[in-house]
Design a protein around this ligand. Structure first.
Ligand code: CP
Length: 338
């Protein structure tokens, strides 16, 4: 059994119990509502957290006394584990709430359940749900922080942030980069969160996939739409390869997986025709042989596992900002009462 990492001293900017100037949000629901400066603040904080925890491996007790509840109503490997680990790395208490064994099965409403958790003195709820808008509904009923860990096909803000952090680490400033989001755009919360984050930071976004999965109407948001990966490939600095979300589709959007892979999978042959330093991302879970071939998924240009480590860094940053603000709010209220 591995030992719990011992806590090390956090650097000055992460100590002190109050979030930095420039952060005013109680919740993180979507990147659409953040400014470029606020997105950069989260990314810069993630870098600080990553360095302070020696690559996300050590503990810094900057959130000792805070409590975070993971409320996941959809399956997850990366997001749930990394939110739990991120909270623990910062010294917070974490509860992984299990919907199937909770009193929801006895008829208690979702909001009543959440209010009961709030009454136990928690600071933040991390929620994943299949219904778009669920985190927003929670935020309108709770006074603790609500963090969206994916709401149906709508938004997945920490995924967008970790993708952007991974690009920034490899290629530097986002301004002027061309990022292709390839695959099932219609059902992808990752695509939407990437779109908002990337465009706010000055990157050009191309959405690419079959016409049944990438509607021309996306152009209204200031992005390019293409149905031809081979045509856009030479212009892209980054490709983010999105999974085909069969579980959200009601009809088949293409004749066969084999045909999809022929037209849109990133493979060795396409890699040869791309820019020399093209960066390959995939939010995971990946389906090898569908959106990306196994050799490309594991090639040096692929940041797929770096994205997972950066997910931990981004989630530490988000928890620190949200719980730090909450603790600051509580100490202000107590100060006024004293
Ligand atoms: N990328 C992502 O959200 O993965 P999980 O579904 O495993 O959390």
């Amino acid at each position: 059994m591995s030992q719990q990492p011992s806590a090390i001293t956090a650097p000055g900017p992460l100590r002190g119990g109050s979030p930095p100037a420039g952060w005013s949000h109680r919740h993180l629901l979507d990147l659409e509502e953040l400014t470029a400066e606020e997105i950069s603040l989260i990314l810069d904080t993630a870098v600080l957290c990553k360095e302070a925890t020696e690559g996300c491996r050590r503990k810094i007790d900057v959130l000792a006394g805070s409590a975070v509840v993971n409320l996941f109503f959809e399956n997850s490997t990366r997001t749930k584990t990394s939110f739990s680990l991120a909270a623990r790395r910062l010294g917070a208490d974490v509860i992984d709430f299990s919907a199937s064994t909770s009193s929801l099965s006895k008829g208690e409403s979702f909001i009543d359940t959440a209010k009961n958790l709030q009454a136990m003195g928690i600071d933040a709820v991390v929620v994943r749900h299949g219904t778009p808008g669920t985190p927003h509904l929670l935020a309108s009923h709770l006074n603790v922080g609500v963090i969206n860990a994916g709401d149906g096909p709508h938004a997945h803000p920490t995924q967008g942030l970790l993708d952007i952090l991974s690009i920034r680490e490899r290629l530097g400033d986002l301004k002027g980069l061309t990022v292709g989001l390839v695959g099932d755009i219609a059902h992808s919360r990752t695509a939407r969160s990437n779109l908002w984050g990337l465009t706010k930071l000055g990157a050009k976004v191309i959405l690419c996939g079959p016409p049944t999965l990438v509607a021309d109407g996306w152009r209204d948001l200031g992005v390019e739409v293409s149905h031809d990966l081979d045509a856009i490939l030479p212009r892209c600095d980054v490709l983010n390869l999105l999974r085909i979300q069969f579980e959200r589709q009601h009809t088949r959007p293409f004749p066969s997986v084999r045909e999809y892979a022929h037209l849109y999978a990133m493979n060795r042959e396409r890699l040869r025709r791309a820019k020399k330093d093209l960066v390959i991302l995939a939010p995971g879970p990946i389906n090898r042989g569908v959106e990306v071939t196994a050799d490309v998924a594991d090639c040096p240009q692929s940041l797929i596992l770096d994205q997972v480590t950066n997910g931990l860094a981004v989630r530490m940053a988000v928890l620190w900002l949200i719980c730090g603000r909450r603790q600051h709010e509580i100490s202000g209220e107590e100060g006024r009462r004293a």
